[in-house]
Design a protein around this ligand. Structure first.
Ligand code: ZN
Length: 332
């Protein structure tokens, strides 16, 4: 199966006069009372989250991972690159000399601390950061960097990891990468490739016993339904909303052309794990400002308005029905 067989937005039916987001949000709102407060016992189950750079795992799906670790699952984060092209994004971290001498080394330590905060296992897939090319025309990507590699070469370490760790569920970014960073798009491509290939004995020979993961999800951490719900709740409470500008632009039709519209199918209750997410984010001290965007919405507020991490079920080899509230639904 190739990427092109995955469900596309065109397949989503939308009621007259409504957008896909509205339809999805309305549907989820109708279901809301049924959302359980916690994920079920998950002993014996394994989840693999595929990410591009150290810190991505803490800003997308982090509370979900902490929740499943607490419920007894094994959770593995695979980070494709070392984040070598990143720069110091939190000025306060600049007081530490090592951040100027060896930012990549610091980021490895940060990643270890973040993994500890979430209780997850972690592997580096060993690729070199491609950086986000800026300018007009955009400069070529660094030679040999992750996003420039042939797909099979880039996917091989992930197939090897899947055959060793044997995850039931894989989460990754959608085809836009969540935002159009070449490493994020490549992370999507290797995750989809490895999901479909790891169970096929004819493919990637010599990388271990075949293992077919059972479900594939895309992350929807920044879906418009969530942003809108949080925005209006903040406005109502008289708290400054960090989403105002973005939502206004979207409402005026000024949406970036890479913005995808996959419907959320699966909401994982994470209300008890928002502090674990915060601790993981703070561990990435060179990348995340303690007073920045990710901390702009108080956790008590999130627990009230949107205590979920949101995902799109893209492929399942087991029986399940959406909406779901558990990534392992159908696997117990
Ligand atoms: Zn990234």
């Amino acid at each position: 199966m190739s990427e092109t067989t995955l469900p596309q937005d065109d397949a989503v039916s939308v009621p007259a006069g409504g957008s896909r987001h509205d339809a999805a949000t309305a549907e989820l709102a109708r279901q809301a009372p049924q959302v359980p407060a916690r994920v079920p016992d998950s002993a014996g189950l394994r989840l693999l989250a595929v990410h591009a750079h150290p810190d991505d795992e803490s800003s997308k799906g982090a509370a979900m991972m902490a929740a499943y670790v607490d419920a007894g699952a094994r959770v593995m984060v695979a980070t494709a690159t070392g984040g070598e092209e990143g720069s110091l994004l939190n000025p306060a971290a600049g007081e530490i000399q090592q951040c100027h001498r060896d930012l990549t080394g610091v980021r490895r330590q940060e990643m270890a601390q973040a993994a500890e905060a979430l209780g997850v296992e972690h592997v580096w897939l060993g690729f070199v950061d491609s950086g986000l090319p800026e300018g007009d025309p955009t400069p070529p990507l660094p030679f040999g960097s992750f996003a420039t590699l042939p797909l099979e070469q880039a996917a091989e370490p992930l197939v090897r990891l899947i055959r060793r760790f044997r995850p039931h569920v894989i989460t990754c970014y959608d085809e836009s990468g969540g935002y159009p960073h070449p490493d994020h798009i490549m992370s999507h491509r290797i995750a989809v490739e490895a999901y479909h290939a790891a169970g096929d004995p004819e493919r990637y020979q010599g990388t271990g016993e075949p293992w077919a993961p059972q479900k594939l999800y895309y992350d929807r951490a920044f879906n418009p339904g969530r942003l809108r719900a949080l925005h209006w709740a903040l406005v109502e409470a008289g708290i400054e909303s960090p989403y105002e500008e973005r939502l206004t632009r979207w409402e005026e039709g000024d949406r970036p052309d890479w913005l995808t519209t996959h419907e959320v199918t699966t909401q994982v209750p994470v209300g008890d794990y928002l502090e674990a997410r915060d601790a993981a984010l703070r561990a990435h001290r060179t990348q995340v400002e303690p007073s920045g965007f990710f901390f702009a919405t108080p956790n008590d507020f999130l627990r009230e308005v949107w205590p979920y991490d949101d995902f799109v079920l893209v492929d399942s080899r087991v029986e399940t029905s959406v909406p779901e509230y558990d990534l392992f639904a159908g696997l117990r």
